[in-house]
Design a protein around this ligand. Sequence first.
Ligand code: FMN
Ligand code: SF4
Ligand code: SF4
Length: 678
Amino acid sequence: MPRLTIEDLRGKRAAARTAHRRQDGAFTGRILVHMGTCGVAAGAQNVLAAVRDELEKTVITNIQVVTTGCAGFCSREPMMTVEMWDLPAVKYGDLSPEKVRRVVAEHVADGNIVAECAICVGSEQALQGSTAEMLTFAPSETPPQVPWVSNLPFFSKQALVVLRNKAIIDPEKIEDYIARDGYAALEKVLAGLTPERVIEEITRAGLRGRGGAGFPTGTKWRVCRAEKKTPKYIIGNCDEGDPGAYMDRSLLESDPHSVIEGMSIAAYAIGASRGYVYVRSEYPLAIQRLQGALIQARDYGLLGEKALGSSFDFDIEIREGSGAFVCGEETSLIHSIEGEIPEPRQRPPFPAQVGLWGCPTVINNVETLANVPVIITRGAEWYSGIGTTASKGTKIFSLVGKINNTGLIEVPMGITLREIVNEIGGGIPGNKQFKAVQTGGPSGGCIPSSLIDLPIDYENLKEAGAMMGSGGMIVMDEDTCMVDVSKFFIQFTNDESCGKCSACREGSDALLEVLTRITNGEGRDGDVEFLEELGHAVKDASMCGLGQTLPNPVLSTLKYFRDEYVAHIKDKNCPAKVCKPLVKYYIDPDKCPGCTLCLKNCPAGAVKGETKHVHVIDQATCTKCGECLEICPPKVSAVVKLSGKEAQELQSLPSPIPVREWRARRAAETGTGVRRTP
Ligand SMILES: Cc1cc2nc3c(=O)[nH]c(=O)nc-3n(C[C@H](O)[C@H](O)[C@H](O)COP(=O)(O)O)c2cc1C
Ligand code: SF4
Ligand code: SF4
């Protein structure tokens, strides 16, 4: 295909828009199957096969089938959206091939929404005002069982800037991206903005790095531009090693061109002619879609020599990550691309001055870069109108843990935790109490429920002892032990420390050792003070961000949940009953009817008993797996989990005895009647 000029691209956009706005007449509707990694893992391939098969069987030929990235509502995967041109869009979730067949037969063929499988009516893009859908279909027209998208907080409270194309474009088709203003920003830049003007726009927009620290992007670009040495490089960071985080993966899977366009503009601004996207090697689908997008962008003349007929030369290569968490740290990442051991180095000099192969290099997170085209097309004023005074725009979070609606969300900076947890997240499963949110991955901290009205931005999170990080948000309920959580993260960073500095290497060893002792019931007086003192020392003396932030989970839980540490140490009590050495499972003889369910299901053979005998747990054999508690019928609730004083004072029956005998004995002791054996 001949390489495009700016004029050609405009023509392509007009044609692609016509097709995208359903004006080509070839189809009467389309079915979008959402196929991010999460969707595929949940069975989206089967959904796609069922859609194709059913359309073929029912001889429906005028429906377009499109595969997209993740729709964000991961707890409802696999999902698809049905858009009939004469109806509002309908999102369907929890799909099976059988449900798909029904949707095709009833909705696609006859125009009747299948309410049982529908999540909502209307599209998120309509909420953002980008289509006329909301104007032409009033909420009252939707069946009462299916909420209109504007009444479903999971979607309506989000603000799609970076994820503007999610689940509505085919990430493998550049035309879909172009139709939705894709490459319009690059076109605008190459048609007449100077690099200085681009940097000024990004600075005025207030864009800050989404990779963790929130460093102002415009400042970083300006420093790099000012460097005399050439060549210069731009790197997109998609290493994303934090447990529970998958924002960057999903972005590349659903809209790779937004990152390519952002990188091209960044390269133009700083004066780079080569870029790298550093992607975690465990993200094969993201790599595959990015690879495809790079080929298409080259074919179109958007990458390579003389992009869009201008004098700007730029191309991008993919580098797969070396597999360690520390590889995401910028200096370590540079070493990894250079083929060296991916260890961090001292800064300054910062990469913007001395980076890849000693040359000035800007490293930006891929989410940061995907903001850039929108800022250029819609302007700094529009962008800085979203968010708080110091934190502009939106942030993508992966909302996981003890929350009803797990998924990928994009929210305006300044939204409160309450809105995220209770509204977007739909609250905590099983009516449990919300306890805390862990933000920022291993470098972040735990924010307690008392701060539920905290507006989320860089400053507030830092002040609360946490950090934005790259956007992992793990929700915890009353059954979460905060000492155990802090041990989990220290175990992670201890494993991931490159070992270069003793403060990080040995400090994390010592933190882990003390936390392990505490959760084993061997905590000692002075442990809390030691953890605090050592935590601060490790922060101060470590060279890179990993060591400087690794104590955050410990320090933040000590700040807000100190009483839990004290209970573990002084009372040998795990209040959440999580730490196995501090809990015991026990069968209440007054409640046990001798049904044998727990005995049959105990994998360790620790339950002793027989039919209509009070069962007994052999504490020496019990592995504390919790199966007996799960299986004991709720109306009986004979199995209990105990910790602290109760567990220590527990007087268990030495061996099973007939239920009748036990109840007679109890009646004699208490002078009450014998309860009927069920
Ligand atoms: C241990 C460690 C891991 C990191 N991992 C990532 C990562 O996976 N992705 C990322 O964008 N930034 C990561 N960072 C931050 C990067 O060093 C760097 O600040 C960031 O990529 C800059 O981009 P930004 O200005 O757009 O945020 C990590 C930092 C540390 C200390
Ligand atoms: S702080 Fe830790 S991870 Fe960073 S360089 Fe030192 S030892 Fe390595
Ligand atoms: S906790 Fe597990 S091992 Fe222990 S008695 Fe119950 S089922 Fe058996």
